[in-house]
Design a protein around this ligand. Structure first.
Ligand SMILES: [Zn+2]
Length: 198
């Protein structure tokens, strides 16, 4: 049904806790019949893992609606580890970054005039993200207020999210808000969602 995904990202879990939390979330989705323990690589293109859990008998309960009754969703990939998650068509840079201390917004890709990132503006974020992925810490000094802010606290433009645990639902119809709320409650953390195409 097309090579698209909806992604749920836990934006609060630490890398150390992500593995155990992923197992709990999988156990819960299996118990609910949303997925099975059987895995498959067919119809999924997550960068970090090559297999996901096949949908279970009750998969529709997580979805808002199913326009085509013949619809069969693909696997659900579970991605553990600090990473940058990109929606849309998957650009490697955020289009903007907003400082949580002073609300100043740094433009990185000046749409619609430009489609390429301002490398100079992006570099401090890129460096901090690499450092965060390796060590769990990385900060960027705000060009306006001068505060040194952990890179995980910057608010990036839509479709760019940092997190240590994510779930890619490949080829599923839109997930419903109740499922989003239940996932967030099960994880015990705030989540963000993305959609994108391979
Ligand atoms: Zn600032």
């Amino acid at each position: 049904m097309g090579d698209f995904f909806e992604r749920i990202i836990d934006i609060e879990v630490t890398a150390e806790a992500a593995g155990a939390l992923a197992d709990q979330a999988v156990d819960w989705m299996v118990a609910e019949g949303l997925i099975t323990r059987e895995t498959s690589s067919i119809g999924m293109y997550s960068l970090q893992v090559d297999k996901g859990y096949k949908p279970g008998p009750n998969w529709e309960q997580a979805c808002a609606d199913r326009e085509d009754p013949r619809w069969r969703p693909g696997p659900v990939a579970v991605i553990v580890g600090r990473d940058q998650h990109v929606g849309g068509q998957g650009s490697d840079e955020a289009d903007s970054a907003t400082c949580p201390r002073c609300d100043a917004r740094t433009v990185i890709i000046n749409y619609p005039e430009e489609w390429e990132p301002d490398e100079e503006a992006w570099q401090p974020f890129s460096d901090a993200i690499e450092s965060w992925k390796e060590t769990g810490e990385g900060s960027v000094t705000c060009p306006l207020c001068g505060a040194s802010v952990p890179v995980t606290e910057w608010r990036f433009g839509s479709g760019f999210t940092l997190g240590a645990l994510a779930f890619d639902f490949w080829g599923w119809p839109p997930l419903n808000t109740r499922f989003h709320a239940e996932m967030s409650a099960r994880l015990g953390h705030a989540i963000e969602t993305q959609t994108g195409k391979f």
